[in-house]
Ligand binder design. Structure first.
Ligand SMILES: Nc1nc2c(ncn2[C@@H]2O[C@H](COP(=O)(O)OP(=O)(O)OP(=O)(O)O)[C@@H](O)[C@H]2O)c(=O)[nH]1
Ligand SMILES: [Mg+2]
Length: 322
């Protein structure tokens, strides 16, 4: 027996999805109407080998789907993506629901370990203002240093108040070579003139993902520098907004995502939505404002664990801790 959950704005819409995906043989196990998010229908079909699932196993599978659905609801994961994740998890014979969620994340989203990214190609960080680009650029230089490599930090944000001072402070602390470059040609020159083995990270000005002129400038710079675009996005944002930003940056050519402030947010639906909508693979994740310890690998298991460990927020306990 295989379980699947489907949501729709109305019961007929959810039922339509059930019939389209599972056919007329599907058995409806439960319907749930939460009044605002729509109606969720959980349905089952017999596996190809026949219905040999014991009732306890079926109950366990149902419980697992519910745990995952609750977590995805908590994080405000958009309905379409939540359905896909639930469906991916539903067909797996994995007892541990967190591991089932990890497998579903692996199935629906992309992950590329930072270590697998070629240091030959410059990495250009783009994203909305305040997303954490400059701090992430510094963290990447710190990673390079830890790996025994030298790095070049190219900042396009030196004209911002305090921008040059911030970049100089980071570069000095990390032993990175700093170049301030305003436009595509200057960035391309800086990158071209770097020495062999020097890893180049390009830090950009905060951009509006819905402004064509700003995007074109970023695209021109990436092309001139032969750089790979990675989107930096802080966690906790509105999922619909984040999905559209992810899509816009994805269309620009970005293929990677580095979410930041995972330590300081309690809803990660926006980060998942951006990755899914933009076709962006998780490259690493920011978990601290501190440069030295703030960038960790992002993989399906770490992401599933992060999603599964959000406790209910209790302001009184925070105050009591002081
Ligand atoms: N807690 C936490 N804070 C972070 C993280 N990453 C960045 N920050 C903080 O977010 C703020 C903005 O970071 P910046 O790196 O300056 O952001 P930016 O995208 O370069 O900003 P602009 O250049 O103005 O567009 C700073 O206060 C950082 O310390 C993170 O992973 N966790
Ligand atoms: Mg910056």
């Amino acid at each position: 027996m295989l379980l699947r959950s489907f949501t729709g704005r109305t019961l007929p819409e959810a039922m339509d999805k059930v019939r389209t995906a599972l056919g007329d043989e599907a058995i409806i196990l439960s319907t749930q109407d939460d009044g605002t998010e729509g109606v969720k229908v959980t349905a089952a079909i017999e596996s190809e080998a026949g219905d040999d699932t014991a009732p306890e196993a079926l109950y366990g599978e149902l419980q697992q789907a519910d745990r995952i659905a609750t977590v995805l609801d908590h994080h405000r994961v958009p309905r379409g993506l939540a359905d896909r994740l639930l469906n991916a998890a539903g067909g797996l014979l994995i007892d541990d629901w967190v591991m089932a969620l990890a497998a579903a994340l692996d199935h629906e989203l992309g992950f590329q370990p930072l270590a697998e990214v070629s240091p030959e190609q410059p990495l250009m960080l783009i994203g909305p203002s305040g997303a954490g680009k400059s701090v992430t650029a510094a963290k990447l230089c710190a990673c390079a240093r830890l790996a025994g490599a030298s790095s070049l930090l190219v900042t396009m944000d030196a004209d911002k108040a305090g921008g040059r001072a911030q970049a100089e402070a980071f570069a000095e602390a990390l032993g990175a070579r700093l170049v301030c470059a305003a436009g595509p040609e200057a960035v391309a020159t800086a990158v071209r003139e770097r020495s062999d083995g020097e890893m180049a990270v390009i830090d950009t000005v905060g951009s509006n993902p819905f402004d064509e002129v700003e995007l074109r400038m970023l695209g021109d710079t990436a092309e001139a520098a032969g750089a790979r675009l990675a989107v930096v996005l802080s966690a906790g944002g509105d999922p619909a907004e984040a999905a559209e930003a992810g899509l816009a940056y994805g269309e620009l050519g970005a293929a990677a995502l580095i979410p930041t402030r995972l330590d300081a947010a309690r809803r990660f639906g926006g980060v998942l939505a951006a990755a899914h909508a933009g076709g962006l693979s998780f490259l690493a994740a920011g978990i601290s404002r501190h440069i030295g310890a703030g960038l960790v690998p992002a993989n399906p298991v770490s992401l599933a664990r992060l999603l599964s460990t959000c406790e209910p927020f209790e302001p009184t306990s925070l105050l009591a801790a002081e």
